[in-house]
Each structure stands twice: as structure tokens, then as C-alpha cells.
Design a protein around this ligand. Sequence first.
Ligand code: FAD
Length: 446
Amino acid sequence: MSNTVVNAADEIKTLMNLVWFRNDLRTLDNTSLQQACSNDAGVVAVYCFDPRHFKMGPFGFKKTERFRAQFLIETIQELREDLRKLNITLLVYLEKPEDVIPKLAAKHKVSQIYYQKEWTAEEVEVQQNVKQACETSATFTANYDQFLIHPEDLPYDSYEAIPNVFTQWRKTCEKALHIRKCVEPQQQPKTNLIDEPTEIPSLSDLELEEFKIDNRTAFPFKGGAQQASQRIQQYFWESKKLQVYKKTRNGLVGTDYSSKLSAWLANGSISARIIYWEIKKFEREEVKNDSTYWLFFELMWRDFFKYISLKYGDSIFKIGGILNKDYDWHSNKAAQKEWISGTTKYDFVNANMKEIAATGWMSNRGRQNVASFWAKELQQDWRVGAAYFESMLIDYDVHSNYGNWMYNSGVGNDPRDRKFNIQSQAERYDSSGKYQRLWLEPSLFD
Ligand code: FAD
């Protein structure tokens, strides 16, 4: 009798939980990790640099260029350190998740697999592939962990009921606002660590070029959860720039005109909830004003585009967008070359396009202008512009990118379908010409 009990206990100890990291590359406020750490089983973590993310896309751009790839490498380095402090091993592969996870599951007797749920077509396919390839009886637990407002706390009965106009959605949400508290994972015993060395790939392993950081960049930051919290420390608490955010947010030059939190948010090395609760703390301890509200307001935009993408599914990638518009789009290679190389008739567009090419970064003001110019003035297929941004941006996020591109191209959520007057935008936001000189006369800054 006692033997049976001992055997059963041993059996339980050998069971493992696996955390499959995707765009939730943090240990703090990570629901999947917290769940995996909260029972008696051991915990192992895995991240796959999926080779498909570094291949050529349908419009002739690599899906991920060097800027975001470098940021991701740095993020994984920090994630591995942070997990190690919890006595959890992060295994890293340059292979497809469906090729890696089933083998790991079998080898480590994995009983539960935890991951962040995604809903865009390519990500769903990977989820299905992984599940199908796992021959063990592992249970899968998926969490929506990328939102500020959790889908279950949204004041709508279904995604179909979500309005297409941001202001309507925001006001309804604000009336019933519920933001969840952040969760923390439990540290595991030292014996949980696994001696199974794996390597984080380099840029050249990903078939990307090494590069030097351009000294004019507005985004000189590195990837990783620790870097994200340092940025918050600096932007909120040291320089206290948060308290003037609403006045500076349309800026173009330097590190501090806006929070620059997008890149960490995009790969999940910080959660929107962590930022929200830090804003609340700042409001209690420093000042509560229209700027502190506005950072929350912008995080609501981020959520809105995620909910629009949940509502419309793959329509966000279609030429007619979520409105199914039938515009006469052009596909002019010469125009594409001029736009990308920054040799159009507008210096303001050119400066922005040179900035993204050299750094992987562009301000929100710049993004709106170059997108409007591409889609509305030149009437070029907006998906080409979106695919170029997808390739280049450090902070690429599928929902924010395609949502904003549709918005600026007249096939999305802009109820007024506005077209930017580039000249007057340049005069308003770069009246001294400082920004345009920075990118168009580089010799001045060598
Ligand atoms: P802040 O001004 O400090 O805002 C704080 C946070 O709010 C941002 O980090 C971001 O998460 C969110 N946010 C702000 N503006 C928007 C917005 N318009 N839509 C959604 N979320 C917003 N943002 C991305 O994160 N990834 C993208 O791939 C992306 N592509 C874009 C493409 C186009 C054509 C346009 C016009 C905008 C795009 N944006 C994208 C939105 C926006 O430009 C960036 O989020 C912002 O510039 C990032 O800088 P920040 O972190 O300093 O923003």
C-alpha cells in the first residue's frame, strides 16, 4: 500500500508544465507563467525563433528586418535571465514551434502547455499544428494576455457588438472600466532547473545583416523586460515627462516626446496593465492631469485595434479592409522605390522614410503622414505600405499596424476618412525644419 503512494507521488513530481512564450516575453504579469508556476509540477519554458518570421513576405519584404530581430534577441536574453532567477530554464530554438514543442512534451513528460492565445491566421495555424503534433495527452491552456481590458471584462456581449468608431467604444469601456491587477509567478525550487543548453541565435543565424545604431535615432533602447521598466522609471519618475506627454506627443526628434513603450508592448516584454497601474501610481504620488490620462487613452487605441481585429478576423489583411471598399488601387514600382528611399516630392515624407530605413523607428505623426501620402495621395495598394512597415518597425504589432494602415487608407475605422495635407503638416509639426534637416542633411550630424 505505502509503495503505491510513494510511486504515485514520484509520478506527480516528474510531471512538467511547459510555458510556450510567444508575444508575452516577460515574467512579471504573465498569466501563463503564473499559472504554470502555481501547482506541484515542474516548469520548463520554450521560445522558438520561427524561421518563417524571417522569410520574404508576399510583397517582397522580409517579414522581420534587422531592427526588430535585434530587439527580439535582446528581449530573449533578458527573459532567459529573468526566468533563471525563478529557477526556470528557457530553451531557445531556431525552429518551428510545431517541430520543437511535441518533442519537448514527450521528453519532459509535459502534462500542461500554457501559452498566449493569438487569433490572426498565421498564429492560429501554428497553434493548431502544435496541438496536432503533440502525441502526448498534454492539456493546452491559452490566455488572452495582450490586452489592457481583458476580453471577459469588456462591456459587450460579443465581438460583433463592438462599434467601429473608437470614441463610442472608448466611452462605453470607460464607464465600466475594469483593469485586472498584475500577477506574479512563484519561484520554483533550484532542482527545477534543467541542464539542457540551447543557444539564442545571432542576426547572422537569422540571415540578417549586423548594423550600427544610427546616432540620430529617436529609439536608442534595447529589448527586454528590465529595459522596459528602466524606461518607465526614466520617463515617469526621473524626467517626469509623463506629466507633459499630451503636449509633446506629436514630436519628431529625440527620445522623450512620447513614451516609446510600443516596442516592449509589441513583443510583450511589458504588459499594458503594468503601464496602467504605474500611471495610477504616478497620479497618486506626483500629478494627475490630461497628460497622464492621455497615455491611458493611447493604450485604449491599442486595445481597440486588437478588438477590431478580433471582430473582423482576416479582413484586416484584405485590400478592401474591414469596410470591404472597392477603390482603384495602383501598384507602381517607381512610386514604391521613391517612397521607400525617401525621394518623393515632399521633404517631410522623405525625412520620415529615411528615418525608418536607418533606425526601424518613426513617430506617430510621421507614420500617419507617410501612410496617408502613400494610400490617399498616390493611391498605391495600402498593403504594400503595411508590409514595408511590418518588415522595418521595431515596434511592429499586427493589430496596431494593420488597424492604423486601414484607418489612414480609408478602409478602416476613420469615420471622417481624412487625407493629410503634407505641406501644412510639415509646417505645423516641423516649423523650424529641424527634423527634416536631421534626416535629409546627414553630413550636419556626423
Ligand atoms: P505613445 O504616444 O507614448 O503611446 C503610448 C502607447 O499607446 C504606444 O506605445 C502604443 O502601444 C499605444 N498607441 C499610441 N498610438 C497608437 C495608435 N495610433 N494605435 C495603436 N496604439 C497606439 N504602433 C505599434 O505599436 N505597432 C505598429 O506596428 C504600429 N504601426 C502603425 C502604423 C501606422 C501607419 C500608424 C499611423 C501608426 C502605427 N502605430 C503602431 C501606432 C503608433 O504610431 C505607435 O504606437 C506609436 O508611435 C509608438 O510610440 P510610443 O510608444 O512613444 O507611443
